[in-house]
Design a binder for this molecule. Structure first.
Ligand code: SF4
Length: 92
């Protein structure tokens, strides 16, 4: 059953939805429809961590108006929000 994560995809990128921040606007579903869906409470959950590539996942993170999607590089550093590294793992 889909949940809010954290969960890693096949390439090691980690996705998590902060359920306390998520306000059901569903922008992420529009940007990454193969990755996210809304659960019965109207909160975003991860239905398939491999549904989109990292670039699209980052667009979904940036599209969330409350920064409720937390995205980590396989090296453990944060890509979004408050980026420490870019998608290639290079320091920002
Ligand atoms: S865009 Fe953000 S607030 Fe809206 S459903 Fe997705 S995670 Fe929740």
């Amino acid at each position: 059953m889909p949940d809010s994560g954290p969960i890693k995809n096949d390439k090691g990128y980690q996705i998590q939805v902060d359920r306390d921040l998520c306000v059901t606007l569903a922008v992420c579903l529009g940007l990454a429809p193969n990755t996210f869906e809304l659960d019965a409470e109207g909160k975003a959950v991860i239905k398939n961590p491999n549904g989109e590539d990292a670039q699209i996942l980052l667009e979904a993170c940036k599209g969330c108006p409350v920064n409720a999607i937390i995205f980590h590089h396989p090296n453990g550093k944060r890509i979004w929000p408050d980026p420490e590294v870019d998608l290639d793992g290079n320091p920002i």
